[in-house]
Design a protein around this ligand. Structure first.
Ligand SMILES: O=P(O)(O)OC[C@H]1C[C@H](OP(=O)(O)OP(=O)(O)O)[C@H](O)[C@@H]1O
Ligand SMILES: [Zn+2]
Length: 386
């Protein structure tokens, strides 16, 4: 029954509601009622698919851990691609069981996979745009706090080098990092940037990189040289987050700052940039900066439009219009090919089957590891033909 909303400080669907199948669209409740009334509960195979046929656009699968924990315990079998797998067409997950045992879970299942896969794909875009650079995820401010861990996990699966959200880091077992916000400089006031950088250096744990934000009140070159003069060898990097109204040619600004730092013997002070950055900007700047902070391109990425479609009913292939009947398998070939075929037919002789056991009779048969997923993503990204 509905919970007393007054008890909840935030409008957040509780984990318990997700786990018990209440985080569902009402029409699934009605479907269950109707099928029970009619005495129908077919044994089905249902597939999670974004595109029936290859589109030439690969996406990076994420959200599988949450999806697995959602479905574990239900009397069903599930096969799925692993987190960090690239796909282009065909199913990424397949459920087999009595329909009423999982009908209500469709909404959350698709939500877990669609949103995380969108963010992971956005993160892979920037990862591939600057493969040698440090790229940090810090877009949590753009999204509802209840999904920060999802966004940050997706960023890490795609191979980004760090995250900024502290509570997400607690969930993921990853130390969150960052630099300093403009608020810190503003709290000291214009003309007092040196005091702000000094106070940061005095106050913050010694293992935190000293990255001075150098664009608050004055020109990036001016504040950078003042930060270098103030912190000297203690300064690791400067962060240039130049607001769009002043940005102009960001590369030129960076090159100028680099020149003036080197001229004064600060060759070891790195330059870190942020603010509205996407793959194009990373490609343009990667040879003149040490690292990037990327927010919106990851956190605001469009969810991938997955659907769950029944493709077999009581052993017979079936499908709605626009979908392909029959239980499928997806294969990766050594040349990076992506092949979709019927599961009961033989696939490419050199193909690796990508949908593997995830749940057997309700029991989870896979473990999840972010680093392993990131390694898979990097290997797959190197193999497939984007
Ligand atoms: O543009 P994105 O890739 O989404 O990254 C988020 C923006 C917002 C934030 O800047 P501010 O809003 O100035 O906040 P702060 O002072 O904390 O840097 C951060 O420094 C990036 O520039
Ligand atoms: Zn700022």
């Amino acid at each position: 029954m509905p919970r007393d909303a007054a008890d909840a400080p935030f409008d957040i669907v509780p984990a318990e509601a997700i786990a018990e199948g209440r985080a569902t669209d009402a029409y699934f409740d009605r479907t269950v009622t109707t099928l029970e009334h009619a005495g129908k509960n077919p044994r089905v195979v249902a597939e999670v698919t974004a595109d029936q046929f290859p589109t030439g656009e690969f996406e990076l699968l994420a959200g599988v851990k949450d999806a697995a924990h959602l479905l574990a315990g239900l009397p069903i079998d599930v096969d799925a691609m692993r987190e960090g797998r690239l796909f282009d067409g065909g199913p990424v997950m397949r459920i087999e069981g009595d329909y009423l045992d999982f009908a209500r879970y469709e909404t959350s299942l698709l939500g877990f996979l669609s949103h995380a896969t969108g963010c992971a794909t956005g993160a892979l875009d920037v990862r591939r745009a600057a493969p040698e650079s440090q790229v940090l995820s810090f877009g949590a401010r753009h999204v509802h706090p209840s999904i920060a861990a999802m966004v940050e996990r997706a960023a890490l699966v795609a191979g980004l080098d760090g995250i900024s959200h502290v509570a997400a880091g607690d969930v993921l077992g990853v130390e969150a990092g960052g630099t300093m916000p403009h608020a810190l400089l503003i709290a000291f006031g214009n003309g007092h940037q040196e005091e702000a950088w000094t106070a940061f250096d005095e106050a913050v744990d010694a293992d935190v990189p000293r990255v001075a934000l150098c664009d608050t009140y004055s020109d990036e070159k001016d504040e950078t040289l003042r930060a270098a003069a103030t912190l000297g060898d203690a300064l690791d990097s400067v962060r240039l987050d130049t607001t769009s109204s002043r940005r102009g040619d960001f590369r030129r600004i960076v090159e100028e700052v680099r020149w003036e730092l080197d001229l004064r013997g600060f060759e070891d002070v790195g330059i870190f940039v942020s603010g509205g950055l996407g793959p194009d900007e990373l490609r343009e700047l990667r040879d003149v900066v040490e690292g990037f902070g990327v927010g919106g391109h990851v956190s605001n990425a469009d969810p991938v439009d997955f659907s769950l479609d029944i493709v077999e009913r009581d052993g017979e292939p079936c499908a709605k219009r626009g979908k392909l009947s029959g239980t499928k398998q997806v294969y990766r070939t050594p040349d990076g090919g992506h092949h979709v075929g019927l599961a009961d037919r033989s696939g490419p002789s050199d193909g690796e089957a990508l949908l593997e056991p995830l749940i057997r009779d309700g029991e989870l048969v896979r473990e999840f590891d972010i680093e392993a997923a990131a390694t898979r993503a990097a290997e797959d990204a190197a193999a497939v033909d984007f």
